[in-house]
Each structure stands twice: as structure tokens, then as C-alpha cells.
Design a protein around this ligand. Structure first.
Ligand code: SF4
Length: 337
């Protein structure tokens, strides 16, 4: 059965026009789908009974709630969702902090990009999430009203699911009222989809770099051969209209590999001319890889070197490692409620 949840306002207008109904029915549907507590079509009380029956014969609402969840000692909560149609699993991570409450959501179940430091890669290609599956990770969790920020940093590469990512961003910003300044899309940099994303929305961008040297980056992110860092950075540098967009460079320091002063100096060089901040992400060991996290003192020295070179840099606090909710650890593993 088709699902209403995940339709954009324009798609709902198109639907009611096709049915020959007045245009305000699209606004009523938008309200029921994205502003009300979860209801079925039969409960949409300001739409006539006859119309509800016509809708219910063709559609279900289709908003999902989590299948299970786990809580970390640090307050982080990981939710696992499962598609009732094909059993595809995907996860969202809710991260409360002093001033903000961030929700990390997934765009795919699995990922074909094969990054060596990522558990999601070990699931293989999987499939794209629908718009409704992406939005359910926000609106289907108990603390949805506390969420202040959303990051597309969960399972999958958002640019490999660009149409659904863009539709979800449209609903989050124009219907749910979240500011584009409070949403970040994280990507390893897929061209030309990156340009399409930048043209379509002013949300914040996080680019996974992890090495300033092409050959070494390729050993972490095999996409470097197809989508080289130099082309990605040239695109970002050339976009004068993006002066106000906040761009973060994500960098996981791995012990003895990409955490040397030479790497910091090269990073400073290749980022010259870009208004970016580097976020150094402590890595949590995952099975099936020889990689090891850098010593915290070495990470701090790397950060200080970047700052000396004029590149603002911070070290991210790792959240939820005890429930495999931290960076690179999402793998859709079922756990008891
Ligand atoms: S880091 Fe992102 S792009 Fe790379 S395999 Fe994991 S989910 Fe895919």
C-alpha cells in the first residue's frame, strides 16, 4: 500500500488535485502528517468521511516508530527501525547535551562506499531509505519535541540517496520549521551530487576528509579515485554564493597513519582559501580493521598545529560508544527494548 507520510506539500497538492478535491485538503493533510501526534487516515477528523475512505482505500499513513532502543551511560540513545515491507534496518542516535539536543539520522540501510573505518560499510550496499523512513527517525521517537539539531551522519551516504534526502530536508525546514542552520548533511563528497545539494539547500555541510594525501585517503575512502579531494575542494572554493554556509571538515586521526605534523601542514595547505573548521573525531575500534585510534595527546597536538596554521579546529567528544552509537559504529544490530 502507498504511504502518505513522506509526501512533500507539492506532492500532496498534486494528489488532491488529481482527486478533484479543493486545494485546502492538501494543507489539512500536511497538518495531520507532520504537525499532529500520529493518527491513521480514519482519524483525520476535519476531512470528510467520504474522502477519508477514498484515501484509506489507496494509502496508509506509514510513519514508523522504533523497533528497539538502547541507552548509553552518557545519556545518548540509539533507536533501531525496521521496514515492515522488507526488514531493512536503520538507526538514529539521539544525543542530549547542555544547550542542544542533536539527532543523528540515516539515509540508507547499508552503504556501498566501502570506507574502511565504518561498520555500515560492512553491511554492503543495502538500499536507499524512503522520505518517510528518513523523517520517521525524527518524528517517530519519544523525544522529538526536544530535538534542536539534525545531522545526516548515520548509516549511508546522503548523496547516494539525493532525491529522498532533498525531499526530507524540504519537509524538515519548510513544514516542521527547523532552521537550515540546525541541519548538517555529512558526505564523503560525491560529484556532481554535491553541487546539486549545495544548489538546492542552504543546510550546513560536513565533508569527510581523513587525509590530505590522495593515495592515503583512497586507502580509507575508496571513492577518492572517482571523486578526488582536489575536485571537491575546488567546487567548494568556487562557490562564492556559499560564503555564509558553515562547512566542517571531518577528520579521524588514526594512530601512526594520518596524525603527523606533516599531515597537519598539508591539511592547512589544501584548505587555504576556504572558510572551514576541522572537527577531529576520536575513533572507536570496530571489528575487521587494523586501524587504531590516535592517542589523545597526539590528537591535541594535531589540533594545535592546525590552529597555528590559521585553521580553526575542535576535537569532538565521542558519545554513546558503550552502545555502539558513536561515529562509524552504526550497523543496524537488533537489541532488546
Ligand atoms: S562512512 Fe559513510 S559513505 Fe563511508 S561507508 Fe560509512 S556510511 Fe558509507
Amino acid at each position: 500500500m502507498n504511504k502518505l507520510y513522506g509526501h512533500t506539500p507539492a506532492q500532496l497538492s498534486e494528489l488532491v488535485a488529481l482527486l478533484g478535491w479543493p486545494s485546502f485538503t492538501a494543507s489539512q493533510l500536511t497538518q495531520w502528517l507532520y504537525h499532529a501526534p500520529f493518527v491513521e487516515i480514519k482519524d483525520m477528523s476535519n476531512i470528510s468521511k467520504a474522502r477519508r475512505e477514498i484515501l484509506a482505500a489507496r494509502f496508509v499513513v506509514g510513519r514508523l516508530v522504533p523497533e528497539s532502543s538502547r541507552s548509553s551511560r552518557d545519556g545518548t540513545r540509539k533507536y533501531l527501525f525496521e521496514s515492515p515491507e522488507d526488514g531493512a534496518v536503520f538507526e538514529a542516535v539521539s544525543i542530549p547535551d547542555k544547550q542542544r539536543h542533536t539527532l543523528c539520522i540515516s539515509s540508507q540501510s547499508g552503504c556501498k562506499r566501502g570506507c574502511t573505518f565504518c561498520m555500515t560499510a560492512q553491511l554492503g550496499a543495502g538500499r536507499n531509505l524512503s522520505v518517510g523512513e528518513i523523517l520517521s527517525q525524527y518524528q517517530g521517537i519519544p523525544e522529538r519535541d526536544q530535538i534542536t539539531n539534525i545531522v545526516f551522519m548515520g548509516m549511508g551516504e546522503p548523496l547516494d540517496n539525493l532525491p529522498n534526502t532533498l525531499a526530507a530536508l524540504e519537509i524538515l525546514t519548510t513544514v516542521c520549521g527547523l532552521s537550515t542552520r540546525r541541519i548538517t548533511v555529512s558526505t564523503i563528497g560525491i560529484l556532481p551530487q554535491l553541487e546539486e545539494l549545495l544548489n538546492a539547500t542552504s543546510v550546513r555541510l560536513a565533508l569527510s576528509l581523513h587525509s590530505p594525501f590522495a593515495q592515503e585517503r583512497e586507502s580509507f575512502l575508496p571513492t577518492e579515485t572517482l571523486h578526488p579531494t582536489r575536485d571537491i575542494l575546488t567546487l567548494l572554493r568556487d562557490r562564492r554564493e556559499d560564503k555564509c554556509r558553515r562547512i566542517t571538515i571531518e577528520y579521524i586521526p588514526f594512530a601512526g597513519l594520518n596524525d603527523s605534523p606533516k599531515h597537519a601542514h598539508e591539511l592547512i595547505k589544501i584548505l587555504r582559501g576556504l572558510m572551514v573548521r576541522v572537527n577531529l573525531i576520536p575513533w572507536n575500534t570496530i571489528p575487521g580493521t587494523h586501524l587504531q585510534s590516535s592517542d589523545p595527546r597526539r590528537v591535541e597536538a594535531f589540533r594545535a598545529e592546525l590552529e597555528r596554521g590559521g585553521v580553526p579546529a575542535t576535537i569532538r567528544t565521542s558519545r554513546g560508544p558503550d552502545i555502539a552509537a558513536a561515529c562509524g559504529m552504526l550497523a543496524g544490530v537488533r537489541v532488546p527494548l
